[in-house]
Design a protein around this ligand. Structure first.
Ligand code: UDP
Length: 149
């Protein structure tokens, strides 16, 4: 069973897309194991995007992520990391496929609504950066046998 870290960015919150986004992962059959509504500190944003530290968009990205509340989440399911990335779509919403979150709901790379871990190693790192162990809840949805064989 795999866990992935997802975050609805400040533009997704401001645009009232929380329900729409969470619904897609619920409907897919993944299990929510952690969620918090939070204002991100500069320190956390810089750590999260550390890999982009040298990029020209880094400061603007950190400004953006810290500009308003975000929803940080952990979702669980087999293949959850890659499947969530597919559901999120390409980084640039203009080229993201229709049917994906970014493809359906966005137009600008600097306002691409949602973050999702891109690999098992980053998922593990991001989950431990954003959540304490006791904030994650292992539970068995009663419908699980109708979702997974
Ligand atoms: N980003 C940006 N301008 C760029 C490239 C990236 O503002 O030219 C932002 C965008 O919000 C993106 C984030 O930086 O989601 C991280 O970039 P990455 O390439 O890791 O894309 P992702 O994994 O989010 O699709």
């Amino acid at each position: 069973m795999e866990r992935t870290f997802l975050a609805i960015k400040p533009d997704g919150i401001q645009r009232g897309l929380i329900g729409e986004i969470i619904s897609r992962f619920e409907a897919k059959g993944f299990t929510l194991v952690g969620l918090k509504f939070m204002k991100v500190s500069r320190e956390l944003a810089e750590q999260h995007y550390n890999i982009h530290r040298e990029k020209s968009f880094f400061t603007g990205l950190v400004d953006f992520i810290t500009s308003g509340p975000v929803i940080a989440m952990v979702w669980e399911g087999s293949g959850a990391i890659a499947a969530a990335r597919k559901m999120i779509g390409a980084t640039n919403p203009l080229t993201a496929e229709p049917g994906t979150i970014r493809g359906d709901l966005g137009i600008d790379i600097g306002r691409n609504i949602i973050h999702g871990s891109d690999a098992p190693e980053t998922a593990t790192q991001e989950i431990s950066l954003w959540f304490k162990d006791e904030e994650l809840i292992s539970w068995q949805p009663s419908l699980i046998s109708w979702i997974r064989e």
